[in-house]
Unconditional design. Structure first.
Length: 282
């Protein structure tokens, strides 16, 4: 079952449904929508950016518009999808504080685990969502946006509780702002100094705020560059040189060296390997 809200004046789209909603993604394509997939009682198997991922029962996976996505198998799930016109994450970040954590956080796909209490809470929330989708009136769009904001706030709180976010709130905000800046600037800016200046910090001070996390600021920048290079190598026919220019390298050999350091393959060898081995092995 699929329910959909559209708004002609803004081109806004909101969809919710079960596996029927995801079934058209039978071959990998650019998502183009913010997506939540909640596996309620059975595992759901997806391919995201070339990696096969199993979403266990009572877990929610969070995907962004720039990710390539393929639905492989699963049932008894709830999915939400919406576009920027329905709810712009960047514009509303002061309300929901999810940028850099729930969305655009790093190269790892966010997965949220639900306990019985949270699962019941979100089940009730989903019923309210369905009722509002059936209630067509002048405030329907506003109500649906309010519900989505509440859902985003709830899932952001959960991922903070489950992740390594035990530091002060100011430090958490700094880290998520850095992650968001990387997402929107990595194609042109590759240095820690650029991001530090945007955050009014010295590169050393910025790096010190990441000492309790697994990755340094430079590693996060490089991981995002490599992820984008992989996406373009897997899903487009662009040459390694074209890809290098697209993600901010004037000399393609610089990307090649970075790519080989992270993957042990040159970009061209990586693409060749894709033809002989499963994509998910990367």
């Amino acid at each position: 079952m699929i329910k959909e809200f559209t708004e002609f004046s803004t081109a806004a789209i909101l969809k919710t449904g079960d596996e029927e909603l995801l079934a058209p993604y039978s071959t990998s394509k650019l998502l183009g929508l913010y997506t939540f997939v909640w596996s309620k009682s059975k595992p759901v198997t997806l391919e995201v950016d070339g990696i096969v991922t199993t979403v266990e029962k009572d877990h929610i996976v969070v995907l962004t518009p720039n990710q390539y996505f393929k639905f492989i198998s699963g049932s008894d799930l709830i999915a939400y999808q919406f576009n920027r016109e329905f709810y712009c994450i960047k514009d509303h970040d002061k309300e929901v504080s999810c940028m850099g954590i729930l969305f655009y956080g790093n190269s790892v796909i966010p997965v949220i685990e639900l306990d019985t209490k949270e699962s019941n809470k979100l089940n009730l929330f989903h019923q309210i969502f369905l009722e509002e989708l059936d209630t067509v009136d002048t405030i329907q769009a506003e109500m649906l946006r309010m519900l989505m904001a509440r859902f985003i706030i709830t899932t952001t709180r959960l991922i903070k509780q489950q992740g390594d976010y035990s530091n002060s709130e100011n430090q958490i905000d700094l880290i998520r702002e850095f992650n968001a800046l990387v997402e929107f600037n990595f194609r042109k800016e590759h240095s820690v100094a650029f991001y530090a200046s945007k955050l009014f910090k010295s590169p050393k001070t910025l790096s010190n705020n990441f000492t309790k996390f697994e990755k340094s600021p430079l590693q996060i920048i490089h991981d995002r560059i490599i992820l984008e290079a992989k996406r373009l190598l897997i899903y487009t026919e662009k040459t390694a040189k074209e890809i290098a220019y697209e993600i901010g390298f004037e000399d393609a050999s610089h990307l090649s060296r970075m790519f080989k350091k992270h993957t042990t393959f040159s970009p061209s060898d990586f693409r060749k390997q894709l033809k002989s081995e499963p994509v998910g092995s990367y």
